[in-house]
Design a protein around this ligand. Structure first.
Ligand code: PLP
Length: 281
């Protein structure tokens, strides 16, 4: 499939990244995953805002003008020949002999374009299971950093237990999933973890917040305890690639009626309307 590395379009199998690359050696960079529906990137501005913010937060001198950067993304979409795709993009501190100190070299920009990572329709219809896992990540999870080792280890554990996601907790309250934000519904009210350094400000989370406002649903940012999670009427997770995914079991506890609830369904429908371009975004 088509990819991009530092100024040229390549095949994603081409060996273009040298060994002395800081993304490869240190995970010294930041990334985004953007979903393109029917050739239209969904919430591109929000993703780019977050990318520039993440780069700045790790003092990565990514100075490319937004317009020319966007133009490359659009070229990649065009060259992919796909209508519906996921664009992965990462910026690293560049290519320089391995040394912890910041090098004096240009940053590296890479992108890939892949068909939608398919979410089994059955999971979306019937809901997914999750495990609970201590949040063992660093204190700056608001940065979308390439360093994902704790996320990978927790997600793998979930997978080995037949679950889709690991819901992370810190000090008795949930933070987020390994690659998703977590929402809880109780008595028709929607709750999610407040934004802080401990979670990523998910773009899908933002979309759900906007949809909730339009649908006159009460949306409250609050630290949800593990007890409150277990007692929830509905739970769902959100991410660019999972969209809105109902969670019907956490560890041994069945959530609500054990199937996706009405508010989750409503939000899923409204999210689909947005992504299909029928609504302003
Ligand atoms: N939280 C973490 C840790 C993530 O890695 C992700 C996405 O991969 C999310 C939340 C959801 O973010 P978004 O909705 O922007 O995809």
């Amino acid at each position: 499939s088509i990819a991009y590395f530092n100024g040229r379009f390549v095949d994603s199998d081409d060996p273009v990244v040298p060994i002395d690359e800081r993304g490869h050696q240190f995970g010294d960079g930041v990334y985004e995953v953007i979903r393109i529906y029917n050739k239209k990137p969904f919430m591109l501005d929000e993703h780019l805002d977050r990318l520039y913010m993440s780069a700045e937060a790790i003092a990565l001198p990514f100075r490319q003008e937004r317009e020319s950067f966007q133009a490359i993304i659009h070229q990649l979409i065009e060259k992919s020949g796909l209508d519906n795709l996921d664009v992965y993009l990462q910026i690293t501190r560049g290519m320089a002999p391995r040394n912890h100190l910041f090098p004096d070299c240009p940053v590296s920009v890479s992108m890939t374009a892949k068909p939608f990572r398919s979410i089994p329709a059955e999971l979306r219809e019937k809901g997914a299971k999750a495990i609970l896992h201590p949040d063992e990540r660093w204190a700056n999870c608001y940065i979308k950093s390439l360093n994902l080792l704790p996320n990978i280890l927790a997600k793998q554990k979930a997978h080995e237990q037949g679950c889709l996601e690991a819901i992370l907790f810190r000090d008795g309250s949930i933070t987020e999933g390994t690659s998703s934000n977590v929402f809880v519904i109780k008595d028709t009210r929607l709750y999610t973890t407040p934004l802080s350094r401990h979670i990523l400000a998910g773009i899908t989370r933002m979309a759900v917040q906007q949809i909730a406002a339009e649908a006159a649903l009460t949306f409250t940012e609050k630290h949800v305890t593990l007890e409150e999670l277990a007692e929830a009427d509905e739970v769902f997770i959100t991410s660019t690639t999972s969209e809105i995914m109902p969670v019907v079991q956490v560890e041994e506890k069945i959530i609500g009626a054990g199937q996706p609830g009405p508010i989750t369904r409503l939000l899923q429908e409204k999210y689909t309307v947005r992504t299909s371009g029928a609504a302003r975004h």
